[in-house]
Ligand binder design. Sequence first.
Ligand code: R5P
Length: 284
Amino acid sequence: MYVVGGSASQKLAGELAKVLKAKLAKVEVKRFPDDECYVRVDEELDGEEVILVQTTWPDKNIIELFLLQDAIKEFEVSSLTTVVPYFGYARQDKQFKPGEPISARALARLIQEQTDAFITVDVHATSVIDWFSEVSAHNAHAYPEIGKFLMKKGVQMVLSPDEGRWDNARRIADVMNCEADFLVKERLDGETVTMTPKSLEVKGKNVAIVDDIISTGGTIVKAAEQLRKHGAAHITAACTHGVFAKDAVSRLKACCDDIYSTDTIENPTTAISVAPQIARAAME
Ligand code: R5P
């Protein structure tokens, strides 16, 4: 078995190869002077089971994924599983106005053209999985790894900043055997959210706010304000997908004591690997 890592998911591909006791393929990726992408898989993959790992964000990583799929399919591989750890465009999962595409579906249709199986992690809209109608598709979860990690950090309570993500917070809290609560959020636009004030039993506690994605950081900042108001002693922000658009990290540093994310998007806050959960999904 070989694991092929695209340039967006090098570390995770290495971790996954270790967990699966597979070989990590040598891959060359470069850009031509006109910025077109070039890839080459420098291995003999005939007869091999291959797992390709590449996050589809930002956009340039999408074309790299398609080229890697094509390069792998040029061999006579016994199977190709495409792992997209962070599925970019999953938040564009419906038409909000006539004339718009369903962007997540467009991406799903193209990815499944060149693979035998598909795995993603904590996809924002589970409808994405249903659009993989031609191949087996699986949404793996980061919560077991996030729970183990936060427990080691001494976190005593888990808070979801949004009722919609309550399930994820409760699962993390179950792993840690601690309490969980949620806030009620309203999104006004891409960068602004409001939070309904609520009484929280957090005085003197070490609390983690957990979300699937941190993008602008607006959601976590509002939740952290509520926690400070109620006397939380230590505030951690943790997420599966650390997009951290614009100045999100500095906004978060101003109100949180710690910031952690998983390796679905590799960035300086990455501290948790989802490789064990992807390996588990790949072996199912
Ligand atoms: C929304 O439904 C998601 O679960 C996240 O809460 C959201 O994507 C976070 O975005 P931001 O960091 O921009 O507030």
